[in-house]
Write a protein that binds this ligand. Sequence first.
Ligand code: SAM
Length: 312
Amino acid sequence: MIDDLPPLREVVARHGLDAKKTLGQNFLFDLNLTSRIARAAGPFENTVVVEIGPGPGGLTRALLAQGAHVVAIERDQRCLPALAEIAERYPGRLTVVEGDALEIDVVELVRRRPSWRAKRSDLEPPSGSLIAPPPTRNDGDAPRARICANLPYNVATALLTRWIEAEPWPAIFDRYVLMFQKEVALRIVATPAQRADYGRLGVLCGWRTKARILFDVSPAAFTPPPKITSSVVELVPNPAPLACDKAALARVTQAAFGQRRKMLRQSLKGLGVDAGAMLAKAGIEETRRAEEIDVAGFVALANALSAARGRE
Ligand code: SAM
């Protein structure tokens, strides 16, 4: 027992929350597991946690029980009454925003939270939210912000990419603790040493964060069980990533991994600049393939592309 709220199965039955595949709904009912995920994201002193897809609230309850203030974004309206019961149990600590996380600026959401800034004028809730009353303000340190979620798998990579591509970088979040399909988790943490999994996602995450897999979660832990194993991943923002233009890095990795079996002198041809000159400027042999190039190499290529474009 982590709180005196009813068991999650009972909550799901009472509110008729049959899992919908289209919303990536694989719920966690084991409060030991949700507590483990929350612990991995903690400690939560003076911390606002953004949770995507609270569903019936298993992870939300674990985060709250461990002291977090939670701002949860949920697309499925059916979950709102169950979440309102949790908000009542933790007065002032849970704000539920109904909406599509892909369309919500999470940085702005946290910034608009009553506890985030000291000015009275900032206390208006974001539109459409069931906002909790302002928590007791801590007049000392500014609150920290973090994202923790059992992500809906159908939009997990899109959400992560959006967060990691945020400008300015680092965004306000000090850590991201997220559940993905294991196959995606392996791509997030991959380096050239894990060739088969290394690709655009690994370069982006390796450039801006330090990412690692914390632990795996078996399909049996979910209701309904997915076909595959899942993994909880921690991403810690790198405060000073190697300087390069994000769009140029995206173009280079897209071209290189788009034809990953080909040598770079061939795969980079589509960029519309002299691929040989670009590779020479980046100090990379023309015969190398994408999966052999580390993040620093791709940054050098992105900078060579920017320089070549600048000369056009
Ligand atoms: N956190 C709950 C748990 O661990 O049991 C539910 C996790 S379930 C994998 C994903 C949740 O994300 C569902 O509640 C689903 O309704 C919600 N969801 C799906 N797509 C979403 C979106 N685009 N924006 C916000 N929530 C979404």
